[in-house]
Design a protein around this ligand. Structure first.
Ligand code: AMP
Ligand code: GLY
Length: 422
């Protein structure tokens, strides 16, 4: 079997490494990939958003399966295009991907089908939004751009002035472009956050091991929101009881709701949850594997990933029992100094072997480039250092110990990944 992986981050690297564990997978190729992925898969310089070229590559390379990992191409209909070209594909249709690409759609779905989430209102007029915020008068309040905004479209406003500014920035100054034509204003929730990724064939939901992301750039959850600075799995705040509640009130109802709306979701559905005093509520859906959650969750999967992928595509998930390791997993992201705002690229990365690996951990490459056997930084998030051990403490210890031997100019990472969970 030959697989084409679409994407270029640490998540894609983790998916590729996992897929390759099975003898059934003869070859994985990737577009566009990165310097480290190139050690595991031949890379082709096709941008993730070029649907036509990607379909062309899949056909030319005679891929038996195309795995579309990032949100942008899914929202733009890459899975539909692959299918229309007669290719076998893992990833939801554009209509199903709207559960991530439109927050307005996701919120109205939850309201219509009574899926627990924060109370909210939708606005396409800045003036009305500001009037509403003033009339509620409760802070913090949460303002979200409707569309995809590289994970930056959510603003937590601590005061009326901040809220007014956020509405102004998003709707009038269009800081997120068309993604901000509509906004959601919602209630601020508190509680531990949990990410639950789930395989679904549109009927059965198979949740993966829970995880915890760390979205803020700096220690103590300070600084700007990033794509994610590290993750641990399982998430100790997420109990069996939460899992039962979520299956009954969130996971299955979401799948049923998507079917009722004629948007059958097949692929990996990501539930971003908050465990509030009133019970778990949905903060967001993603139509894909999370990054860096994938880098902690997938290493714990014992069932061959390719078998699960086949079951999702063929609608056989009900017949499959997923097997998980009982170990703990931790991943720390090494980022370029200045990320997520502005940062330099092209610094030499020291401390990796010739295949981009390091001892006792798995190194997932995100923003790297390889020239003559030497790795260079080539993005905001550069590497994810992931370890699996019998306790969270040991997993974190192994990851941080490995990091001591890796370096590049202006390297930045959080020293408190998982600290809240110990
Ligand atoms: P999102 O892009 O929707 O995941 O939002 C980014 C982050 O903003 C989330 O991980 C939460 O930490 C925070 N957030 C989003 N919505 C809310 C909310 N209603 N209440 C509190 N925090 C929120
Ligand atoms: N880690 C959050 C995301 O992938 O969007």
């Amino acid at each position: 079997m030959k697989i084409l992986m679409v994407g270029s981050g640490g998540r894609e690297h983790a998916l590729i490494k996992k897929l390759k564990e099975s003898d059934r997978v003869k070859q994985v190729i990737c577009a566009p990939g990165n310097g480290g992925i190139a050690c595991d898969a031949q890379c082709f310089p096709v941008p993730v958003t070029d649907i036509e070229a990607m379909v062309g590559l899949a056909l030319e390379e005679k891929a038996d399966l195309v795995f579309v990992a990032p949100d942008d191409p899914l929202a733009a209909g890459m899975a539909d295009a692959m299918q229309a070209a007669g290719l076998r594909v893992f990833g939801p249709s554009a209509k199903a991907a709207e559960i991530e690409s439109s927050k307005v759609f996701a919120k109205s779905l939850m309201k219509k089908y009574a899926i627990p989430t924060a109370d909210y209102e939708v606005f396409d007029c800045a003036q009305k939004a500001v009037e509403y915020i003033a009339s509620v008068g409760k802070y913090p309040t949460v303002i979200k751009a409707d569309g995809l905004a590289l994970g930056k479209g959510v603003i937590i406003a601590e005061s009326f002035e901040q809220a007014q500014r956020a509405v102004q920035d998003i709707m009038n100054d269009k800081v997120f472009g068309d993604a901000g034509s509509k906004i959601v204003v919602e209630e601020f929730l508190t509680g531990p956050e949990v990410s639950v990724l789930a395989f679904t064939d549109g009927e059965t939901v198979s949740p993966m091991i829970s995880s915890m992301d760390h979205k803020k750039a700096l220690e103590g959850d300070r600084g700007l929101n990033t794509g994610g600075m590290g993750a641990i799995a399982p998430n100790p705040f997420y109990t069996q009881e939460h899992a039962r509640f979520c299956m009954e009130h969130i996971f299955l109802p979401t799948i049923a709701a998507m079917n009722a709306e004629n948007r059958k979701f097949k692929g990996c559905l990501y539930f971003g949850l908050m465990l509030t005093a009133q019970g778990p509520k949905v903060i967001e859906y993603n139509c894909r594997f999370g990054d860096p959650e994938t880098q902690v969750v997938l290493p714990l999967l014992k069932t061959p990933l390719i078998d699960v992928v086949d079951a999702v595509i063929d609608g056989n998930l009900a017949q499959m029992e997923l097997e998980w390791s009982r170990q703990n997993s931790a991943c720390v992201i090494l980022a370029s100094g200045g990320y997520p705002v502005s940062y330099a690229k092209g610094y030499e990365i020291k401390g990796l072997d010739s295949r981009g690996c390091a001892e006792d951990v798995t190194v997932y490459h995100a923003g790297t480039l390889c020239k003559n056997g030497v790795f260079y930084t080539n993005g905001g998030r550069v590497l994810g250092i992931s370890a699996q051990k019998n306790s969270l403490r040991e997993a974190l210890g192994a990851a941080y110990q490995a990091i001591d031997k890796i370096s590049f100019e202006d390297m930045h990472y959080r020293t408190d990944i998982g600290a809240r969970a110990i």
